[in-house]
Design a protein around this ligand. Structure first.
Ligand SMILES: [Zn+2]
Ligand SMILES: [Zn+2]
Ligand SMILES: [Zn+2]
Length: 156
């Protein structure tokens, strides 16, 4: 599976996804988990793998760090779950923890599996393991190539 931006070769679809989601691609530094989700979401009209979760406006703010404005008079309050924290640092840690990592993807296997994933890499990893029997390993790579590189709609 080739990276559509830098041309780097990866043996798995999850490998190239991880490369893109962690902003490791030298040719697509501005790409990250959120940006990739947004790009794929636009090409996944039927919601085969992407979950319809948030407005893009909310997506843009989810990674912003908590500021002193979160002070509610006696504690720093998480604006997502309304838990109180005694320091701004603790609140920031909480916001960047898996507690608030949105699950952007789900397994396309509608019959039975129903698993959710935080990253595209995790979804591909699941498909590559063939654990739910949705598709064969070779086909995962082929599909990944098609929808990561082209402007095509996502299909399987
Ligand atoms: Zn790359
Ligand atoms: Zn929270
Ligand atoms: Zn599955």
């Amino acid at each position: 599976v080739a990276c559509p931006f830098c041309g780097g070769a990866f043996t798995t679809a999850s490998g190239v996804s991880h490369h893109l989601e962690t902003s490791s691609c030298p040719s697509a530094r501005n790409l990250n988990r959120d940006a990739l989700y947004k790009a794929l979401r636009a090409r996944d009209q039927h919601g085969l793998i992407t979950k319809k979760l948030l407005q893009s406006k909310e997506l843009d703010t989810i990674d912003t760090y908590a500021t002193f404005r979160t002070w509610n008079g006696y504690a720093y309050e998480c604006y997502l779950c309304h838990r109180d924290f005694h320091s701004l640092r603790a609140l920031n840690q909480h916001l960047n923890s898996p507690a608030h990592q949105q699950k952007y993807y789900h397994c396309p296997n509608k019959r039975g599996c129903g698993k959710d994933f935080v990253t595209l890499a995790a979804l591909f990893n699941h498909l590559e393991s063939e654990s739910c029997g949705f598709m064969r390993f070779e086909n995962v790579n082929k599909s990944a190539n098609e929808f990561l590189t082209g402007k095509k709609m996502i299909t399987f």
